[in-house]
Design a protein around this ligand. Structure first.
Ligand code: SF4
Length: 295
């Protein structure tokens, strides 16, 4: 890990052995949960589930985060690189279809070492990098050859929203560059004969209350740039958790009509490769219980 941390666009330039940066992440891998997860896109979860490892802390820290217990409160355990490799192998032994690294940015160099170690001990399933896309291009470049699948958010097109909800004034530009590099690395999506994704990129957009035009701009940009060479995942599962009087609209769910309008917009553009969600995906029951007892 660099002595002065510049792993993400926050560019804190702190020595994380001595001082914490914006994300509060330590200089060791810290995780909050490792388990089989069944609620990713079907080509990721399949029958057995995705071997999901949730990393503690976050470099974006959106005010509406559904996992604030780990992203902001920092509930998790520090582990060694070899323990991380063992966890990957144990998820594979449990039947995981892939290793799904959720919010890994702050630990990227340590994760690269851990994945190499796990591969040397027999890890063969695809590795997924599941990110907010608030990434430094150099960090993504170092993942070449390590990551098979990118699950990349595109959260805001208008940076005013990125400032308001994530204190990230350059989110759009950074995300465009990051997704471009991801696409260069993994190219068009590849599936095995069972329909399991083994390589490629899915760009996710979680629709936020009142940001319906912003959602359409993201969808339009992605289709104009990548056509059907990537998959989109257009998500309606936003779940209001803590009422914050500073952001009253965040207390609303996504109306079905607004979601349908956005899906129709995507269809009218000609998009054929997209995942959409059914009614009922907005629920607290989809938020994992971050219990570190089994780590
Ligand atoms: S990973 Fe954390 S410490 Fe490093 S630049 Fe990003 S926010 Fe700052």
């Amino acid at each position: 890990m660099n002595i002065l941390c510049n792993l993400c666009p926050r560019n804190c330039l702190v020595n994380r052995n001595k001082k914490l940066g914006y994300c509060n992440a330590p200089n060791k891998i810290k995780i909050s949960l490792a388990s089989l997860h069944h609620w990713e896109e079907p080509c990721i979860s399949m029958n057995n589930g995705s071997g999901t490892i949730f990393f503690t802390h976050c470099n974006l820290k959106c005010v509406y985060c559904q996992n604030s217990k780990i992203s902001t409160d920092g509930v998790g355990k520090e582990i060694s690189i070899s323990k991380f490799a063992d966890i990957c192998l144990s998820l594979q032994a449990k039947g995981a279809h892939n290793i799904n690294l959720v919010t890994p940015t702050m630990y990227a160099p340590l994760i690269i070492k851990g994945i190499k170690l796990a591969k040397s001990k027999g890890l063969i399933i695809p590795i997924i990098y599941n990110t907010s896309s608030y990434e430094n291009i150099d960090t993504i470049k170092k993942l070449k050859g390590i990551i098979d699948i990118y699950l990349a958010d595109f959260k805001y097109f208008d940076n005013d929203y990125a400032v308001k909800y994530s204190a990230a004034p350059n989110y759009k530009e950074v995300t465009k560059l990051a997704i471009d590099e991801m696409y260069k690395q993994v190219g068009k999506n590849v599936f095995d004969e069972e329909g399991l994704m083994i390589r490629g990129i899915i760009v996710r957009h979680l629709i936020l209350p009142d940001l319906y035009d912003d959602a359409k701009k993201i969808i339009e940009y992605l289709y104009e740039t990548y056509n059907d060479n990537i998959y989109l995942s257009i998500m309606n599962q936003y779940t209001p958790i803590n009422y914050n009087p500073k952001f009253p609209s965040l207390n609303n769910k996504i109306p079905e009509q607004e979601y349908n309008n956005i899906i129709n917009f995507a269809c009218d553009l000609g998009i054929k490769k997209a995942f959409i969600q059914e009614k009922g995906t907005c629920s607290l029951s989809f938020i994992p219980d971050f219990n570190t007892d089994n780590i």
